[in-house]
Design a protein around this ligand. Structure first.
Ligand code: ATP
Length: 477
């Protein structure tokens, strides 16, 4: 519990600041002292290590650590602290140029980072967050020792760390692997739980409206702007903005996002003054952002800003141990607890490849729940397995004959395709738009191979060509 009453708020804590620059030390000390702290200072790795060995170090509440020190690197100190099992929360400070080392620092256990020159408000916020959020308390919503497989275990472990701070997080992984799901878990486990969580699919933002949808606009800022709109950033103020498919942002929006991340300020379209916001960014992408940078489609400076804490969410085929559990969770959810999978159905799901990952599994189970009549979700409900397979499960094989859909249709919607019949401006789509969206998704899913996309859509290649021509859908080159 955070203290609320005045006397408790003033209770002193000890801040340890390590920086070779006396002006920087003074700046941090002044902020901390205003927060009621006692400050201990050191100017080098050697001096810091010595102080940390003294009995008084047991009372240190937070360490603000510069990375470039005259006798070594702050990271080494951080690693030594971690190796020694110290629970001291560490906020690292770095010069603008050294941003790539921030990734390492966060991985080595730092809970936040400050880019010099950081404003007193930013320094105070980082110290406060580090101080009131001891690791154990912060991480209750994420399993401490995840039951997930190795690859997902690593992601959950990093997510737990990310939950402790307000730094940007970049989640990357195939579509449907649970990036948004993980973003929500990160937020729920941290100090922004219960505050706004605004999710934006950057890939679905119409280019000409993207800027004003994200950053807002003033009345009269452009033709049709009859009212002032706050934009998603302002909606997320105090909370979190989840930018899905961040790699799809147009270059002019990338510039504005960079500024928001760097300065904590946004420029609504047509506004005379910038607006300060307090928004934590969690971004996600299924693209190889490094390649996007190399090929000039994504700004390098923005990439480094977003990439301070990357977490890879592995595909479901590398997490087979989770499949049965997830399927049971979905079955229980969609049937209000009434239906369970048969062992054969579970084995079948575990063996499948799931190119659309958890979303595809979820869709399959949903469909199975709708199709099945009894309490058991058997192979037939999944439109699975020719007779001969899974013979040991008599009920399942017998049930195959009752499947109301042929297997190909019973496998769930196109893998990885998320159907959202709502246009970016919030109105229901027209049928033509739905068709365009579905075709575009199928083409994307098959990496631009039109024959495969046509087969997938159940139409001929010529029909697809015609639709591409008439529907103004961007086909591959
Ligand atoms: N560990 C999990 N437990 C339960 N449900 C999950 C889990 N991970 C993902 N899901 C569910 O799977 C579906 C897909 O997850 P999510 O939308 O987070 O994927 P994504 O990686 O963000 O996809 P995209 O890249 O297409 O946006 C969602 O309905 C989500 O609730």
């Amino acid at each position: 519990m955070r203290p609320k009453s005045e006397p408790e708020k003033a209770a002193a804590f000890t801040l340890f600041v390590v920086d070779d620059d006396p002006i920087q030390r003074r700046l941090v000390s002044a902020v901390a002292e205003r927060m009621g702290a006692r400050v201990v200072e050191a100017g080098s790795v050697g001096e810091a290590w010595q102080r940390l060995g003294e009995p008084a170090a047991a009372g240190f509440a937070v360490l603000v650590l510069d990375l470039l020190l005259p006798d070594g690197h702050g990271l080494d100190l951080l690693r030594r602290l971690q190796a020694a099992g110290s629970g001291l929360p560490v906020v690292v400070q770095t010069a603008r140029a050294g941003l790539d080392t921030v990734v390492e620092a966060m991985r080595a256990g730092a809970c936040d980072f400050l880019v010099k020159p950081a404003s007193p408000a930013r320094i105070a916020a980082a110290i406060e967050a580090a101080r009131v959020l001891p690791f154990a308390e912060a991480s209750t919503a994420l399993p401490a020792r995840p039951r997930a497989s190795g690859a997902m275990g690593e992601a959950l472990h990093l997510a737990e760390r990310a939950a402790r701070s307000a730094i940007p997080v970049l989640l990357f992984g195939e579509t449907g692997t649970g990036k948004e799901w993980l973003a929500r878990r990160i937020v729920e486990a941290g100090p922004r739980a219960g505050r706004p969580f605004v999710a934006v699919n950057c890939g679905a933002l119409p280019r000409e409206l993207a800027e004003s949808l994200l950053f807002g606009h003033e009345r009269g800022a452009f033709t049709g702007a009859t009212q002032r709109q706050p934009g998603r950033f302002m909606e997320a103020d105090g909370g979190t903005l989840f930018l899905d498919e961040v790699g799809d942002l147009a270059p002019e929006v990338q510039v504005k996002l960079l500024r928001a991340l760097q300065e904590g300020e946004i420029d609504p379209v047509g506004a005379a003054q910038p607006v300060r916001t307090d928004v934590r960014i969690i971004a996600a992408t299924h693209r190889d952002l490094e390649r996007e940078v190399a090929e000039g489609r994504f700004r390098e400076d923005l990439f480094y800003r977003l990439h301070v804490f990357p977490i890879r969410v592995p595909p479901l085929k590398d997490r087979r141990g989770e499949i049965a559990g997830l399927a049971e969770v979905f079955a229980a959810r969609f049937s209000a607890g009434a239906k369970r999978l048969t062992p054969a159905a579970r084995r079948h799901l575990e063996a499948a490849d799931w190119p659309g990952n958890i979303r595809q599994l979820e869709n399959s189970v949903h469909r199975a729940v709708v199709l099945s009549e009894g309490e058991r979700l058997d192979l037939a409900a999944f439109g699975a397995a020719g007779p001969g397979e899974e013979r040991e499960d008599e009920d399942d094989v017998a049930a195959l004959g009752r499947s109301p859909l042929p297997p190909s249709e019973a496998n769930g919607p196109a893998p990885g395709y998320r159907f959202s019949p709502v246009a970016a401006d919030g109105r229901p789509m027209t049928l033509a738009e739905v068709e365009r969206e579905t075709i575009a998704a199928a083409i994307a899913l098959h990496d631009g191979r039109l024959s495969a996309a046509a087969r997938h859509l159940g139409i001929g290649r010529t029909t697809l060509y015609r639709k591409l021509r008439d529907g103004r859908i961007d086909g591959p080159d």
